[in-house]
Design a protein around this ligand. Structure first.
Ligand code: SAH
Ligand code: SF4
Length: 407
């Protein structure tokens, strides 16, 4: 299998071009085609000599993700299901203007990307791990989720400018001709829901994604090297041009890799899926806690804090009868204060076939109030995207099961 061009750093390409005796400015031209024009075909790179394009074609693949299903919730969260070259399915979720999440201005779009096909960590409440782990994503497969959504959005902008609304006719397999985007709201472009920012940065089409959260399917820190390369490609001034602080990695608590991340030069942001502030609660729902119990996790976070001096975000799903008791706010508050963390409370998204439930709204509000009473910066996500299976892994799982004829 050829290496993909979007898994290459600028330095790697410069080395390759030097070996081919190509001038270095050609690398910049290539980067522009890849990350500014976002082309999907070597032949579109018209200012590169034909002979160079041929060399590139022979040496590298230029992979794009195939959009096989798209869902858009009424509240404008958009979910993308992609098929990879090996036919694996992964998903990305586009969340427009969600100021409550990370406290940023609201004219932004956050894209949640996947890093693995499936997940090996088997948290009891999560759809991503239900069918196990299949493989790590390659750097370009992570980067392409952003590029693919931006390409898609540029297409929508064209459609919008024609002032029309067109249905997407996506099929899982063109040969089978099976159409899956059939529910109301699915597969239908809703022009009013997408407000791409001004082009800026020399983009020919509108830029859409200005925040990336690595919170889709998979445990990002278990795919450390590919993840880091992808984040660097997304962050690079010649690449995705997304600020390091606007790229947030979420982990279920891989202590050694948290320390490693703390030693990297970039200021990437960190979120920890805590979901329990005691070992008793975490052990019950997150097998990873047996490997890295809270003592070890918090020691790694102390190290991260000391190296970075940046706040951490704790993700805390509220699951009825498991971790939503107001008595849990004491140890959670203490941990958050010690680590200078802010807390995102997320009412659980029910997953078909799993026994867990979302608490009553009043329970969530009470939990929030008890956190705030301790003067811990806490937000409660008044869920977006619940109606489109927005929690990680759910759309893929559903589609895999539909394809396999399973319930
Ligand atoms: N593996 C990483 C990142 C992917 S999971 C991690 O665990 O952090 C992204 C987030 O979605 C995690 O906080 C995870 O706990 C949460 N999540 C998983 N299933 C969910 C569900 N059904 N409802 C709400 N959040 C869920
Ligand atoms: Fe994997 Fe994260 Fe889901 Fe746990 S919550 S199974 S680590 S994707």
């Amino acid at each position: 299998m050829l290496n993909d061009i979007k898994s290459q750093t600028r330095e790697e390409l410069e080395g390759q071009f030097a070996a081919w005796e190509q001038p270095v400015y050609r690398v910049k031209q290539l980067m522009d085609w890849l990350y500014v024009q976002r082309v999907t075909d070597w032949d579109a790179m018209t200012n590169l000599p034909k002979i160079l394009r041929e060399k590139l074609r022979q040496e590298f693949s230029l992979g794009v993700l195939e959009l096989v299903r798209k869902q858009g919730a009424l509240d404008t969260t958009q979910k993308f299901l992609w098929r990879l070259a090996d036919h694996s399915l992964i998903e990305s979720v586009l969340i427009p203007a969600n100021p409550s999440l990370y406290g940023e201005p609201s004219d932004r779009h956050t894209l949640c990307v996947s890093t693995q096909v499936g997940c090996a960590y088997g948290c009891k409440f999560c759809a991503s791990g239900l069918d196990g782990w299949k493989r790590n994503l390659l750097p370009h497969e992570i980067v392409e989720q952003v590029m693919g959504v931006e390409r898609w959005s540029a297409e929508q902008a064209k459609v919008e400018s024609l002032n029309s609304e067109v249905p997407l006719t996506l099929s899982l397999s063109p040969s089978e001709g099976e159409r899956v985007a059939e529910r109301p709201g699915e597969g239908t472009i809703q022009p009013s829901t997408l407000r791409p920012r001004n082009p800026g940065n020399g983009f020919p089409g509108p830029r859409l994604v200005d925040n990336v959260v690595i919170m889709g399917m998979g445990e990002p820190l278990a795919n450390y090297d590919h993840l880091l390369k992808a984040m660097r490609l997304l962050n690079a001034s010649w690449g995705g041009r997304i600020g390091a602080r606007k790229i947030t990695v979420s982990t279920s608590g891989l202590a050694p890799q948290i320390r490693k991340l703390a030693d990297e030069p970039e200021q990437f942001s960190l979120a920890v899926s805590l979901h329990g502030a005691t070992d008793a609660v975490r052990d019950r729902i997150m097998p990873v806690n047996r490997k890295f119990p809270l003592k070890e996790l918090t020691a790694a976070l102390d190290y991260y804090q000391a190296r970075r001096g940046r706040f951490i975000t704790f993700e805390y799903i509220l699951i009825a009868g498991v971790n939503d008791g107001v008595e849990q706010t004491k140890p959670l508050g203490a941990l958050a204060k010690r680590l200078n963390a802010k807390v995102n409370l997320i009412p659980y998204n029910t997953v078909e076939g799993l026994p867990w439930a979302r608490p009553e709204e009043s329970v969530c509000e009470k939990f929030l109030a008890a956190m705030r009473a301790q003067k811990v910066v806490t937000t409660l996500r008044r869920e977006k995207g619940h109606d489109i299976d927005a929690a990680c892994g759910q759309l893929r799982l559903k589609t895999e099961r539909e394809l396999a004829g399973r319930p």
